[in-house]
Design a protein around this ligand. Structure first.
Ligand code: NAD
Ligand code: G6P
Ligand code: MN
Ligand code: MN
Length: 434
């Protein structure tokens, strides 16, 4: 039987993961699912873990669900390890979003200063997990959702000897679903060629039943007939139709922070004043979800989970694990080592790209190179991720300052330094390396 370990098991997304495993039991017979958390998350772990047990029981499947705070006990002989933890919980994310706004800079969990600090808090933990895996489950695959997923994957590839890592995000699958909706067809008939970085990915070509319909999709997208597609956590501010047509590719929701920086910033200020930042909104959402999860009569994933920006990411994870376990060789968009697939990105770096999924991991499908208009921004974000990962590993102040200053969302070295100093102080409890 297969042994899966989920680190950050107390996450409100866990029921989606469990639902995905139950659905795929015939091809992916899981014997043990270990949900791991830390003392601060124990209450969440128990609530969500008990729901997971009820779900498995209802399905009548012999999957053992184990709840533990002992990561090393859980990791022993694992086949797949999924990571979905949040160092410092949502309170830390709220600071990542609030502090930059004081300096009139985008406050966002994976972009700009917020992305840097989430990386600084997360990377030391992921590198510890990898060390445990080397010792306790050297043949396992690490499937990481923990954000910033691109920077985290980069850090593991660059600063450890571990290579069996795949980073995952729900943005590509959401794009595929929204394109299917535009075309009014089943999502299975749509194929999108994805390339770029995590939260910086582009749909370069779209196919319907194998026929290239990229231009038709861009025309439809910009026709004014459809609401702007986005993730639950990103304001659906409309794209300029002429810009999208000129770009010739489908941007992801997060590109709004770069191509529409001023409008997004203005919107963030309004939201922060009216209802709170996204973390503050999610804190309330999470409370509601856990109230539902506590109900002993609940034995399915409640539909309210779809209010979270990460809806469907566990489903992507289950498909990925299924394809790896069964050597399916289907195509899925994942974060993996570039290996020359995108010419203008270093071979050793993490990219988010359509890949053939095999038992030996994803094989990225070479695209030659990114189109010129998007190439530079992708390279700049990759430089940011690399320098940020170095800062996270070394605890070097100058590296952190460099990372933040070269980030395209920062207006100057001076503002970068002010934000850096305030955030280092605010987060010092979770930044032992500094
Ligand atoms: P959350 O705040 O519910 O945290 C999940 C759990 O992690 C909590 O129960 C917490 O106690 C635990 N945790 C914190 N530090 C830990 C540690 N060192 N070891 C083990 N567990 C630890 O978070 P969430 O909203 O469910 O999101 C979890 C993570 O997944 C975040 O990093 C988030 O950004 C990411 N995420 C990614 C995607 C994606 O597309 N890749 C989608 C959704 C969420
Ligand atoms: C998106 C991203 C995830 C991110 C999530 C935030 O879907 O792909 O990486 O974690 O949204 O959602 P939330 O509900 O926490 O704001
Ligand atoms: Mn994501
Ligand atoms: Mn084409």
């Amino acid at each position: 039987g297969i042994k899966i370990v989920t680190i950050g098991g107390g996450s409100s997304y866990t029921p989606e993961l469990v639902e995905g495993f139950i659905k795929r039991y015939d091809s992916l017979p899981i014997r043990e699912l270990w949900l791991v958390d830390i003392p601060e998350g124990q209450e969440k772990l128990e609530i969500v873990g008990n729901l997971a047990k009820r779900m498995v029981k209802k399905a009548g499947l012999p999957i053992e669900v184990h709840l533990t705070l002992d990561r090393r006990e859980a990791l022993k002989d694992a086949d797949f390890v999924t990571t979905q933890f949040r160092v410092g919980l949502l309170a830390a994310r709220a600071k990542d979003e609030r502090i930059p706004l004081k300096y009139n800079v985008i406050g966002q969990e994976t972009n700009g200063p917020g992305g840097l600090f989430k990386g600084l808090r997360t990377i030391p933990v992921i590198l510890d997990i990898v060390k445990d895996m080397e010792e306790l489950c050297p043949n396992a695959w690490l499937i990481n959702f923990t954000n910033p997923a691109g920077m985290v994957t980069e850090a593991v590839l660059r600063h450890s000897n571990w290579r069996k890592i795949v980073g995952l995000c729900n943005v590509p699958i959401s794009i595929q679903m929204s394109v299917a909706k535009l075309l009014e067809v089943e999502p299975e008939r749509v194929h999108v060629d994805f390339a770029g970085l995590n939260h910086m990915v582009y749909g370069l070509h779209v196919y319907l039943d194998g026929k290239d319909v990229t231009k038709e999709v861009l025309d439809e997208m910009t026709s004014g007939k459809h609401a702007s597609a986005t993730m639950r956590n990103i304001a659906a501010i409309d794209w300029d139709p002429d810009f999208i047509k000129a770009l010739g590719a489908i941007p992801c929701g997060y590109h709004r922070y770069y191509y529409k920086q001023a409008q997004m910033l203005e919107h963030e200020h309004e939201e922060a004043a009216e209802q709170g930042t996204r973390a503050e909104v999610v804190q309330k959402l999470e409370k509601e979800l856990f109230e539902l999860y506590k109900d002993e009569n609940l034995d399915i994933k409640p539909p309210q989970l779809e209010k979270r920006g990460g809806a469907y990411y566990s489903d992507a994870a289950c498909s990925l694990i299924d394809s790896m376990y069964n050597d399916k060789r289907d195509i899925q968009p994942v974060n993996t080592i570039n290996n020359g697939a995108i010419a203008s990105i270093p071979d050793e770096s993490a990219v988010e790209i359509s890949s053939v999924i095999t038992k030996d991991g994803p094989k990225p499908i070479s695209i030659g190179d990114l189109p010129v208009p998007v190439r530079g921004l992708v390279q700049q974000i990759k430089s940011f991720e690399r320098v940020a990962a170095e800062a996270a590993v070394t605890g070097d102040y100058d590296k952190a300052l460099l990372a933040l200053t070269i980030n395209p969302l920062l207006p100057s070295d001076k503002v970068a330094k002010e934000i850096l100093n305030e955030m280092l102080e605010a987060h010092k409890e979770h930044l032992p390396q500094f």
